[in-house]
Design a protein. Structure first.
Length: 505
């Protein structure tokens, strides 16, 4: 595949305050950044202008690495604010109805992906990892193209983590089957929706490999990751084959683990051991592995995670909104486990701004532990959204900091913005002042995609108008699917209340 940078295009960002987030935390005042094609060539004062095709004036600007959102679900972009706060399994009945299929035209796959992408890009997120399965499960080329074209048109860097399952919804929730009447068991055992379509592991992997061969471009903006949805939703065969595929193509491997009270019982119920130990026994705890949530990990689990050198993705806003609990930051940090940050979906987190996610992550662990010496520092939180997240999506050698040889994913923030006035501590004010409104320019792969706060590659107003035209249709589809799935509500409620009495850490 030919590079778009075969003819050298050089940009120079001049006179900015450069927050590199390199391993030493270097900050340069009044420095320039030379970009050659899609990579940073040099950071220094007063770089020679010869051969420069574009100069970007960064005086009174903070220049820093683009933020990374290591975990989101684009499916939820159409369902922001859909439900009240509910425990995850009850919330799922409204947002991911297990009975009743949502019938979306291909255009809505495009719109729902680009909707979240626009929000994130304008707020300084240059790379996303979208844990997505809808387009994959449908298996129609027109739907697949619509989804991938959205990120291509926008110009964001996207790692598409293909969500994989091969177990039925019913068989993934511990203890549910014993509570249901036979008619519901019969319905759920064979039911598939456009999101939850169990197929044989071999067929799932074959389809996945086809997507990788066609779509994955390690030198481009769009890449693929492998994401078995959660251990309890996948056979051991699918889990092992997924890791084989990740190793074959050197991809990131992501899975949800131990997010909720009910899920905390999954390991013992299904495997007679902890979920983390089960994954370890299957050989799935590796440096390329990122585990999302990890709210209910035990001390023994943490030892296994630390030994394997895998990473954990913290999703504080969705965990709070759904009452799942709080990830044990102090213990994970003490074990030197890399911790990243994710916004999760727009229906559980509502905001896809990483400034919002950093803000909440910077606060909740202070409330959980009176020992303030263990509270996360604002620099720790910022690194979770940059350098650590690059590791979580298996791009640590290319993203997350500003240094020669790294990809030119860069954001500029106005230092005259109220969030920085007066300026005392740049880390504190980036995390706790939520300066998303200060983002003036965003570059991805060396190309300007946001300028003066406006998207360059797409017409945001027209796209938002188009989404609004679908609003009543979207509502009718979700209400129809919910009407069937909500018959499960009393049984899930009973299961949840039982789990409260047996919760443990």
């Amino acid at each position: 595949m030919s590079s778009p940078y075969s003819v050298s295009t050089k940009k120079l960002i001049t006179g900015g305050s450069v927050l590199t987030l390199d391993k030493d935390g270097t900050i340069f005042d009044n420095h320039d950044i030379l970009i050659d094609g899609n990579k940073i060539e040099k950071i220094a004062p007063n770089i020679n202008r010869d051969g420069i095709t574009q100069i970007i004036d960064a005086r009174n600007k903070l220049v820093m690495p683009g933020l990374i959102n290591a975990h989101l679900h684009s499916y939820e972009n159409l369902f922001r604010g859909l439900t009240r706060n509910l425990p995850n399994e009850l919330w799922n009945l409204y947002v991911y109805p297990p009975i009743g299929s949502l019938k979306f035209p291909p255009r809505l796959y495009y719109l729902r992906a680009i909707l979240g992408g626009m929000e994130m890009l304008k707020k300084g997120v240059t790379t996303i990892q979208d844990n997505s399965s809808g387009w994959f499960a449908v298996g129609e080329r027109i739907v697949e193209d619509a989804y991938w074209n959205s990120y291509s048109d926008l110009g964001v860097r996207a790692s598409v983590a293909i969500g994989l399952i091969d177990r039925s919804w019913l068989d993934s929730i511990p203890g549910l089957k014993s509570l249901l009447p036979e008619n519901l068991i019969s319905t759920l055992s064979d039911y598939s929706t456009h999101l939850w379509t169990p197929k044989e592991a071999v067929a799932v992997i074959d389809h996945c490999e086809k997507v990788i061969r066609e779509r994955h471009n390690p030198s481009g903006r769009l890449t693929v990751a492998i994401a078995p949805s959660a251990p309890q939703r996948c056979s051991s065969q699918l889990l092992e084959m997924s890791m084989d595929l990740a190793e074959k193509y050197d991809l990131g491997f992501q899975s949800h683990v131990l997010e909720t009270r009910i899920q905390s019982r999954s390991g013992e119920f299904f495997y007679g051991t902890s979920i983390i130990k089960y994954l370890d026994e299957l050989g799935l705890l590796q440096p390329r592995t990122s585990l999302v949530h990890a709210v209910w990990v035990t001390d023994a689990d943490i030892q296994l995670l630390a030994r394997s050198n895998c990473s954990v993705i913290h999703c504080p806003t969705s965990n709070l909104r759904l009452g799942s609990g709080v990830m044990p930051y102090k213990k994970l940090k003490a074990a030197d486990i890399p911790i990243g940050l994710g916004a999760d979906g727009a229906a559980s987190s509502d905001s896809q701004s990483m400034f919002d996610i950093m803000y909440v992550a910077g606060l909740i662990h202070s409330a959980n532990d009176p020992d303030y010496s263990t509270w996360p520092l604002s620099e720790d939180i910022l690194r979770m959204a940059t350098t650590n997240n690059a590791r979580c999506i298996w791009r640590q050698n290319e993203l997350g900091c500003l240094a020669p040889g790294m990809l030119a994913d860069i954001i500029l923030l106005d230092m005259k913005h109220i969030s920085f006035t007066p300026l005392h501590n740049i880390y504190n004010q980036l995390v706790f002042s939520k300066p998303e409104g200060a983002v003036t320019m965003v570059l991805v792969d060396g190309e300007i995609v946001v300028e003066n706060g406006r998207l360059i590659n797409v017409n945001e107003e027209d796209l938002l108008d188009e989404v609004r035209e679908y609003q009543e249709y979207i509502k009718s589809q979700i209400l129809e699917a919910q009407s069937e799935s909500l018959m499960l509500l009393p049984f899930i409620d009973q299961l949840y209340k039982t789990s409260i009495g047996s919760e443990r850490r």
